[in-house]
Design a protein around this ligand. Structure first.
Ligand code: SAM
Length: 330
């Protein structure tokens, strides 16, 4: 199923201090629509592959979930989140006071910082001055940069400081773990008021971009899908469109939908959104039926009944469609 139109990213508030490779700012309208259509506001919005955290920040800033739990394995990316949530003023001031030049950038990037603060500042600088925001080994510095402004073309000290301080304002509602997603996800599976936004690096076929984008790019996707069949709460997984992913989703009884996106070369591509229930017109009071393991198959009578709302046995009082019933095709 294909739906939606390409998001104009300029219309979505940028809240993350990262310009994250594979970042999901463009998916924010979908994430909002998903959360708003839930029968109740989730207690926890869990983002186990957090990266730049665009989804968690949306959930918290827009009050679409009570709390966010972010998990990231990369220690440099993690350092930025840890310092923002504990020591935001220091990081903001360090950014405001940094005099950017080729020499100063090279000097900071050549350091081997031991402190969390040092790691965080180096990581955010690296993210802003390397091509495509790539922080993994092997990435190089931007040369011409935006409008020929070179290294400073993505270094906006005031904006970064403001974003960092804004996130700090919400620190009571954001918990960050430097950890492996596979260790943290199981702790939340039994809680039906936790929803998961899952955006893992995807490198199947050996030719996907994820391999050079992140230091941690190997994920056992089969194990991840198997884990998510145990989730009592709702989830949205997002993947590159690929036949093997669609096949894996079908095998686990999940539903898929393609949404259009643009890559950095402005070519239209599709992203695959995976969920435990169909995303067409679903009656909200039936949602819990989709959230249990037994009813993830489309042919299951309760799922079918909820979809066409004819079965007298299923109570579906209120309907809140969140995808266009007549989706555009691309
Ligand atoms: C596709 S990116 C997420 C981008 C994010 N959704 C955003 O909008 O910025 C995937 C992230 O997962 C992290 N990662 C990879 N393996 C992980 C694991 N086992 N546990 C936690 N994080 C992991 C990578 O370091 C990377 O930051």
């Amino acid at each position: 199923m294909t739906s939606g139109s390409i998001t104009n990213v300029a219309t979505v508030p940028q809240r993350s201090p990262f310009r994250y490779p594979g970042g999901k700012t463009w998916l924010v309208p979908e994430i909002r629509a998903w959360l708003r259509a839930l029968p109740q506001k989730p207690e926890v919005f869990m983002e186990p592959f957090a990266g730049g955290g665009a989804a968690s920040l949306t959930a918290i800033f827009e009050n679409l979930a009570h709390k966010a739990v972010m998990v990231e394995r990369d220690e440099h990316v993690a350092a930025v989140w840890q310092v923002i949530l504990e020591d935001a003023d220091w990081l903001a001031e360090e950014i405001l006071n940094f005099q950017i030049s080729l020499e100063s950038v090279r000097e900071v990037l050549s350091r081997d910082p031991e402190s969390l603060r040092g790691k965080a500042f180096q990581a955010i600088l690296r993210n802003r001055v390397q091509r495509g925001g790539i922080m993994a080994p092997g990435a190089s510095l931007m040369k011409a940069g935006e409008n020929g402004r070179g290294l400073s073309s993505r270094w906006y000290p005031q904006t970064l400081a403001r974003r960092i301080r804004s996130i700090y304002e919400f620190r009571q509602r954001i918990t960050f773990f430097k950890a492996d997603a596979f260790d943290l996800i199981p702790e939340y599976l039994d809680n039906e008021t936790t929803v998961f936004f899952i955006d893992p690096p995807y490198t199947a076929g050996g030719k996907r971009a994820g391999k050079r984008l992140y230091s941690y790019n190997e994920v056992d996707h089969e194990a991840l899908f198997a884990l998510m069949t145990r989730a009592r709460g709702d989830f949205m997984m997002t993947y590159d469109e690929a036949p093997e992913v669609e096949e894996m989703a079908a095998r686990h009884g999940f539903f898929t939908r393609k949404v259009p996106m643009k890559n950095t070369h402005h070519a239209s591509l599709f992203e695959l959104l995976i969920s435990p229930r169909p995303k067409s017109t679903v009656a909200v009071s039936c949602l819990s039926a989709f959230q249990t393991r037994e009813v993830k198959q489309e042919h299951h009578p309760r799922v079918r009944a909820a979809k066409n709302r004819r079965s007298p046995g299923v109570k579906c009082k209120k309907e809140r469609p969140y995808y266009s019933p007549m989706p555009k095709r691309y």
